[in-house]
Design a protein around this ligand. Structure first.
Ligand code: COA
Length: 197
């Protein structure tokens, strides 16, 4: 039996920035292929490098990398997000990115990175962990469920110009027009009622 190459997980540092930016770009391209309207911002590697450089200095953020034989096999980016009155949650840790390079997938690199990211968020006082997964990313949805996460929200979107995205969902079954209920008539159709004196 071939033994899997061992890997270590450690905090990321400045030297990791080029590899982190490459992996982040791949993750962004993966999402663009799912739905290029929802995932429409395409930052280049330089933008990711600058972004992660700042995150390395932020106490609310943590970047961990999995390393094997001097190569990065994957990374996780977690950050405490503040209370949100529009999202109705108190400050909570988020897993923003989790990525494992293709040759390393299904070797438990992802679950180890996730475990360490979650432990870090717990240690710095987060009441739980949130994350968002693309609707098309069935592998990741299965993976996170297996790791204890439950679904809390369904994000939705309407596009004003409806060119299909690269990997659009399959079309829904056609609707039989006779099965559609007539639209209810609006209760008021006249001109504006006189203003009371
Ligand atoms: C999702 C992802 C992080 C999982 O990482 P991974 O290192 O492959 O996962 P692990 O090896 O730790 O897998 C843990 C479990 O999930 C299962 N699993 C992982 N990938 C799977 C797949 N493609 N199909 C079926 N099962 C899978 C493994 O069998 C394993 O099960 P086990 O614990 O019973 O052995 C990885 O596939 C990835 O980086 N994907 C691309 C980026 C992405 O989509 N990120 C998530 C959204 S931000």
């Amino acid at each position: 039996m071939i033994e899997p190459t061992p890997f270590v997980i450690r905090r990321a540092n400045q030297h990791d920035l080029p590899s982190l930016a490459r992996m982040a770009s791949e993750l962004a391209r993966q999402h663009e292929r799912y739905d290029n309207r929802r995932f429409s911002l395409r930052p280049m590697e330089e933008a990711f490098t600058n972004f992660y450089r700042n995150e390395l200095d932020d106490d609310n953020s943590a970047l961990f990398v999995a390393e094997s034989d001097g190569e990065l096999a994957g990374y996780i980016f977690v950050r405490i997000e503040p209370d949100s009155i529009v999202e109705w949650f108190l400050a909570t840790g988020w897993v923003h990115d989790l990525f494992v390079a293709k040759p390393w997938r299904k070797s438990h690199v992802g679950s180890e990175l996730l475990r360490i990211g979650i432990e870090h968020l717990r240690r710095i006082g987060s009441p739980g962990v949130m994350l968002a997964v693309a609707a098309q990313n069935a592998t990741a949805r299965r993976f996170f469920k297996k790791n204890g996460f439950r679904v809390t929200m369904h994000e939705m979107r309407l596009d004003f110009d409806a060119t299909p995205s690269l990997d659009a969902d399959p079309p829904m079954a056609p609707v039989n027009p006779s099965s559609i209920e007539p639209t209810a008539k609006p209760a008021w159709t006249g001109s504006a009622p006189p203003l009371s004196p």
